[in-house]
Design a protein around this ligand. Sequence first.
Ligand code: 0A1
Ligand code: ZN
Length: 851
Amino acid sequence: MSEAKTIYLKDYKAPEFTVKTCDLVFELFEEYTQVTNLMQIVKMDKSAKDLVLDSVELELVEIHLNDVKLEEERYVVEKESLRVLDVEDEFKLIIINKIYPHRNSELEGLYKSGNIFCTQNEPEGFRRITPYIDRPDVMAVFKTTLVASREKYPVLLSNGNTESNFKLDDGRHGVTWSDPYPKPSYLFALVAGDLGVVKDKYITASGKYVRLNIYTDKGNESKCKHAMKSLKEAMQWDEEKYGREYDLSLYNIVAVDSFNMGAMENKGLNIFNSAYVLADEDTATDANFMGIQSVIAHEYFHNWTGNRITCRDWFQLTLKEGLTVFRDQCFSADLNSKEVQRIEDVKALRERQFVEDNSPMAHPIQPDSYMAINNFYTATVYEKGAEVIRMLHTLLGEQKYRKAMDLYFDTFDAQAVRTDDFLWAMSKAGEMNLEQFKRWYHQSGTPKLDVDEKFEDGTYTLTLIQKIPHAVDGSEQKPHFFPLKIGLLDESGKEILEKTLLISKEKEEFLFKTSFKPVLSINRDFSAPIIIDQKETHYGFLMKHDTNSFAKYEAAQLFGIQIIESLMQGNDINDEYVRAYGHILESDLDISYKALLLELPSISALMQRQNVVDFELIYDAIEKLQKHLASLYKEKLLEIYSKFHNPLCVDLDANSIGSRSIKNRCLKLLSSLKSNEMAVMANEQYSNSLTMTDKVAALDILENISSEYSAVAFKHFHDKYRQNTLVMNKYFSLLAASHREGTLERVIALQKDAAYNELVPNLVRSLVGTFTRNYKYFHAKDGSGYKFVADKIIDIDKINPQMASSLAGAFKIYKKLNVQNKKMMKVELERVVSTHSLSKNVYEIVSKIIK
Ligand code: 0A1
Ligand code: ZN
C-alpha cells in the first residue's frame, strides 16, 4: 500500500469554486439510494477551468449543466473525483447518482445501522454520498428532501427545519428540510427509520422556544431521560458561561448502534452512538451516566464552537475539538465535582495522550501532515488540545478569556477559520503576546520540567529547566510558554503562598524570601500538560497537608510509583507511604475524591517511566503492594465497605455515586488477598446489588479471583442481558480484561457468541479493543496476543478501516518493548503492513510504528 499519499498543511490552497446552495433529493430504497444533487456553483479563482468534485465509489447516473444533460466528453470520472471540463463563472449543476447504503460497512457516508438509515460525514464522508467540493471551507445552504416507504421509514430527518411533507401513491412519503445556516458538507446529516421518540422543550434566555427530540429504536424511550436532562443542562450552561443561545427552533438527537465514534454534531441533527444516549439504573454504570452527560454537552457545544465557526481545513481540527473538549470538561466540573473531574481528565490525558506523545505517532495538536485524516481524531488533538485552551484560560483569567471568546464569536461567525485566528482573538482581548505560546500548536511530545530547590540565608530558590523532547523526525524543538501554579507550605503544613509562575525560558529561577525552607507543591491543578522531575520530594507530607486537591492526588500517585519502582528493584515497602495511605483511609475527605486518592498507580503509569518495558515486573510489584495494604488495613477497608455498601440504592446523586465508588475501591483492594471471604463478598454484591456499577465491579473481581463463582455469575449475567447489546459490551470487556488463565482462548470463542457482531464497532472495541489493553495476555511472551490482534486488524480492515486502524494503535508501544516481545510484535507488524490492499488508515499507523 505504498501508494498512500501524504497531505501537507503547507500545500493548502483556497478552493477554486464554492457551492452557494445545495438541494438534495434522496430516494431511499432497500437495494439502493438515488441521490439528486442540485448545486449553484460559483468560480472563486477565475483562472480555474475545470470543476473537480470529490467522489468516492459513486455510481453516476447523469449530469446536467444549466439544465442541459452533459455529454460524456464533457466530464471525466477519476479515481476519487469527478471532473467537469471547462465550466463558466457561475452555473447550476445537477448530478444524479446511486449508492448502496446496506453494503456500507465502513460507516462513512450514508449507511444502515440495523434498520435505520443514517450518515456520518465528518471528515470526508459526504463524497461517498454525492460528488461535492467536500472540504470544510466550502459552506453552502442545504435543502434536503427524503423519500422512502411510509411503513418502514415513518421518521425522515435532516438538518434545520421541516419545510413540507407529502405522500406518494406508491406507499412512499417525503419530507423536505431546510437549514438556514450555511455549512460545510461534513455537518450534513439524514436519518430515516421507524423510531421511537422522546420529546421535550427548552426556552432560551431570550425567550425562544426550542423543541427537543431524542429518537431511538422503539422500546428504548425510557432510557433517554438522562440524555434529555443533560441536553437541557448544557443549553443553559452555554448561555450562562459563554452567552451562547441555540439558534434553531428544533434540536434532534438520534441514537444508533453502529457508529465509529462517540457522536457527531451535525447541525440540528446530532447522531449518537447509542452508548452515549441510552441509560437506566439496571443497564448503565455511573461512569456511563457521566459519559452521556459529557458527550451530549460536547455535541451541543459544537453548535457554536465547530458549526457556527468551523475549521478552514482538517489540520485545524483542534480549533473545534480542543476548545469543545475544554468546554465540556468545565461543564462537567460545574455540574459535578470540580476536584474529581480535574483528576479524571488528567488521568485520561496521561493514559492515552502521554502514551501517544511518546510514540512514533506523536504529533502536534495541529499536525502538519497526514495520510488518513481519520487517524487524527486523537487524544492529542482532543485532550491535549483542551489542555492548551485551559492554559490560555489560566493565563488570561476568566474575565479576559470570556472577552476573547466573545471577540472570537463576533469576528468569525459563519466562517471557516484557523487556530491562528482563534489565537488572534485570545491575544487581542487577553492583551497578551502569544507568539511563543503558539509552539503548543506546532510541537509534539510532552515537555519535562526539571525542578531544583535551594534554601540559603532566608532565600528559597526554585530553579526550573525545560527539557523539550525532539520531534518524531529527530528535529529539535523549543521551550514553551506556560503557566505553572505552585504553592509553598511551612513545616506544619500551612500554606504560605500560592502563585502562578509564567514560564517561558529554558531555564528560569524564582526567589522567595522566607525564614525557613518551604515544601513545594508544584503544577497545582495540573496547570500545564508536562512531566515534573523533582530532585527532592515530600510526597507523604503533601498527601497529608496539600490543600490543592490535584496536587494531593498527585503526591499519592507519585509516592505510589516510587514505592512500586523500589519494589521492582527488590526493596521492601516504605513505611511512610503505608502510613500516608492509612491516613487517607481514615480521613473524612469527600468520598468520591477519597476513592481517587486511594487508587494505586496504573500499569500504564509505570510503563511510561520505563525505557524498556517489563510487564511482569510491574504487575508483580503492584500486586505485592496491594496485598500488603489490603492485609494491613483489612479491618478499615471492610468497615468502609459496609458503611457505604447500600445494595438497594440506585440513586445518581453525588453521595450515592461516591458511596459506590469508595466501597468498590475498597473491595477491589481487598480482593488482592484472593481469599474465599472476598469472593463471597463480591458474589453477594453481584447477586444483591441493583446497580450496574456494583454488578460490573463484582464481576470483575470474581473473574480474577474465583473461577467457580465467576462461571455462575457470568452465566446469569449472560442469560439476563444477552438481548441488550450495550450491556453485552460490558460482558465482553470484563472477559477480555481478565487475568485468569485462558483469556485469549475465551476471547477467541466469544466471537461466536450470538450477541457478538464484527460489524458493530462497540462490540469490537469491547472484545478486541479491551484485549489490547490486557497487558498480561496481549503481551504474552509467546506472541499469541499479538498474532490474534494482527489477524483481527487484517480482517476488520476489509470491513471498516477506521475501526481497524484504531486497533492498530495498540502496537504503538513497539519501540519500548523488551527484546523478546519486540521480536514477536515485529513479525506481526510486518505481516500487517505487507497485507494486500491494506487501507491507508492502517498503513499509516503501522508503517509509522515500524519505521
Ligand atoms: N466531531 C465528532 C467526532 C467524530 C469524528 C469523526 C467521526 O467519524 C469519522 C465521527 C465523529 C466529535 O468530536 O464529537
Ligand atoms: Zn467534538
